[in-house]
Design a protein around this ligand. Sequence first.
Ligand SMILES: Nc1ncnc2c1ncn2[C@@H]1O[C@H](COP(=O)(O)OP(=O)(O)OP(=O)(O)O)[C@@H](O)[C@H]1O
Ligand SMILES: CC(=O)N[C@H]1[C@@H]2OC[C@@H](O2)[C@@H](O)[C@@H]1O[C@H](C)C(=O)O
Length: 406
Amino acid sequence: MDKQSKVDATYLVGLMSGTSVDGIDAAVVKLFPSAEKEHGVEIELLAFENTPFEMQVRNSIFELFDPVSATIDKVGAMNMWLGELYAQATLSVIGKCGLSPSQIFAVGSHGQTIYHAPDENVMGGYNLHCTVQIGDGAVIANRTGIPCVSDFRVADMAMGGQGAPLVPFTEYLLFNNPKKTLLMQNIGGIGNVTVLPVNASPDEVFAFDTGPGNMIIDGLVSQLFAPMTMDVNGEIGAGGQVIDELLKWMQQDKYYTMPLPKSTGRERFGQQYVAQIIEMMKVNNWKAEDVVATATYLTAWSIVDSYERYIAPQHQAEQLLIGGGGSYNKTLLRDLQHLFAPHNVQVLTQEDIGGNSDAKEAIAFALLACYTMERLPNNIPLVTGASQPVVMGKISWPYIGRSQEA
Ligand SMILES: Nc1ncnc2c1ncn2[C@@H]1O[C@H](COP(=O)(O)OP(=O)(O)OP(=O)(O)O)[C@@H](O)[C@H]1O
Ligand SMILES: CC(=O)N[C@H]1[C@@H]2OC[C@@H](O2)[C@@H](O)[C@@H]1O[C@H](C)C(=O)O
């Protein structure tokens, strides 16, 4: 980004509510051009807040994942409702760091993905190529008085891309390392990795979804250990044993061998997938904690398998840096460390390098929004498969509460 541009120390808010549907992550960041890296920027995280969704909201969002129960009235209402919740989260996190809304250049809001079908015919029978994120930017802008950038993915998809993953663009700006090849692994609902080869140029960066992150674990725990919705700190998995038969069945999903670029979501690893596992568990009399341990191991395996299949043949990595809520699952971390040890790849979390696993994606959407506001391209075509760079995101302007010059 141009050092003379408006972004010399800019304040932004980033909002993320991801595929886990655990809540809203909101970050206030101060952004400035890097003094050291030519294309780099630097950020300072001024405040971060996670607002868990109330159960009623969470259940209503889950209803929208099934195209049959996601009727147009429910989608429309939730689009507005989430807009209100995102606006509240924005004002709350700004208050936390003592800034006022008028000092914020823009809000970047990812929205809630309720449908993601980047490949035609993924649902069989239907000819689909779309992605849907809700939580209206116009509501956010008008409640907060701050311009809001939302609905990022569609522009990339319009140019033939997967519309995902988008965070690699910001990881390149923030983490590119002159001495090490880094694997930036996010483990949210879905797992996704960004490969930053030593001192990479933008056209050397690549990224893709590795498969399920916590999605299967969360789905199993919600059904088998209700009212829990996640395996807190990996304690359930730690008490179980991997079931070979189940692991083999899970490893056969064709997603793991699909060519790049690729992305996935709840359509593949969501409730229907979990229901199939629970059915097998009943038939085979498997223990619930063993099933959770197996799903946890599967996530770790999918990450190392991705490394062996798509990355290691070109790049020997020094470090795997984990972000997202999966960083807090100690069993998952143990499995990852065990599987990466023979590759001499050091497994660290964002916290180990002074970062914040929870805030990483919210920070990314603040940064992406800044590029949108400057009308600069913010996708990486090689990563998403788009035919060319595009400016992703739609800008909603507030009518009140802000002067034109702000
Ligand atoms: N203390 C913890 N112990 C174990 N797992 C945890 C813990 N905290 C969070 N998680 C896991 O992390 C998930 C949330 O991660 P995160 O917020 O990164 O996902 P997301 O942003 O919703 O997903 P995505 O990045 O796929 O869009 C939870 O659903 C849970 O499975
Ligand atoms: C369609 C969608 O919401 N995809 C998410 C999801 O969660 C992780 C992974 O799958 C990634 O592809 C993406 O999110 C992050 C923020 C991304 O685009 O980089």
